[in-house]
Design a protein. Sequence first.
Length: 163
Amino acid sequence: MKTALKIISAAALLGIGACAPHMHEGPPGPPPAAYGPATENQIEQAKDRYAAYLLAVDADGVASMYAPDGVMERQSGGPLHGRDEIRAFLSSFANVKVLSVQMTTISFSYEGPAVVQTGEFRQTARANGKIVNAAGRFEATWIRGPHGDWFVRHMVTRPNASS
């Protein structure tokens, strides 16, 4: 019985060993994001473009800042997946004039090829003749595109309770 268990164990180890090279075939994943001020400055510039598109109520511009499979979280209605859903949602705000947008970074964290930016936002808009002020926190996960541009993989905002 002990001999049979040893043979089965040896066969299992050989089988796993034989499979191991096949588990690593295929293209390597994207390299980790370069840590440091150069990357953080690039992401700050991308965040500023995103804020400028929000200020202009430019649905195409905001959607273009997302990765093709990017996700925009909403407080109600569920997440929006991909540029087309994001563009369609933002295009529905025809009666909204954004008066100001501020996005201030608090921190960056590095997660392999992604960089997570956390910060605070403030926004003032006029909707149907009424002024609306919103403030809270945001978290944006950025990934580098094939040409070096940074795109939002996932964005979530959490308004303050008083907003």
